[in-house]
Design a protein around this ligand. Sequence first.
Ligand code: MG
Ligand code: MG
Length: 260
Amino acid sequence: MIEILDRTQLPRARAAGALVADILQTLRTRCEVGTNLLDVDRWARDMITEAGAQSCYVDYAPSFGRGPFGHHICTSVNDAVLHGLPHDRTLADGDLLSLDLAVSLGGLVADSAISFVVGDAASAESVALIGATERALRAGIAAARPGARIGDISHAIGTVLGEAGYPVNTEFGGHGVGSTMHQDPHVANSGRPGRGYRLRPGLLLALEPWAMADTAELVTDADGWTLRSATGCRTAHSEHTIAITEDGAEVLTAPAAVRA
Ligand code: MG
Ligand code: MG
């Protein structure tokens, strides 16, 4: 199903996006050397509850996971890239942490992910991976406007990741968003321009480039959820929810400093 929002729904989508952005930025400042991933999950839960929102993850039980997820945020560290199940692990200096959060507020969902290095010991590889996924995300957003097609976004994202030297996995990618977290259309992180669904105002999309340093292959962790690079290499993930508008794309999950 592809959901197109009407004008009265867009303000609610903005509110959901702002909440997700604010929670992620708060968690980013709180995550330091010695923080436990279960603390991050608890902090996320408390902020979601306080805002009167609902986590999209707690009851999430798709075919590929050992559901329900049972936690409020995805915490993926180093070689873990997607669906990282919070567990009893303490963050160390130099860990590359990806946080992925989706909440429903006022009946609409926003979905965003950030990656950053904990502490001061950021390796050049970590910085490069994060930078590439952020640039790919910006390129995808720039390609998203009325009349463009999903393939234009996929091509823009895949070109940046490829030029950065990262193999691209097209199994997991972006998606439509609306009253539920995962909707059509699928937005692969590589593709041919001019192909696929034509974008129109009112469409919400989550764009989410992610990268692994030296492989396109994933393995599932023993926890049944966490997806890791098959080689153990480092990984990164950047995601925004955007709304297609008459003029282009509005980033709903931009940090407050950018929204202002
Ligand atoms: Mg997400
Ligand atoms: Mg998503």
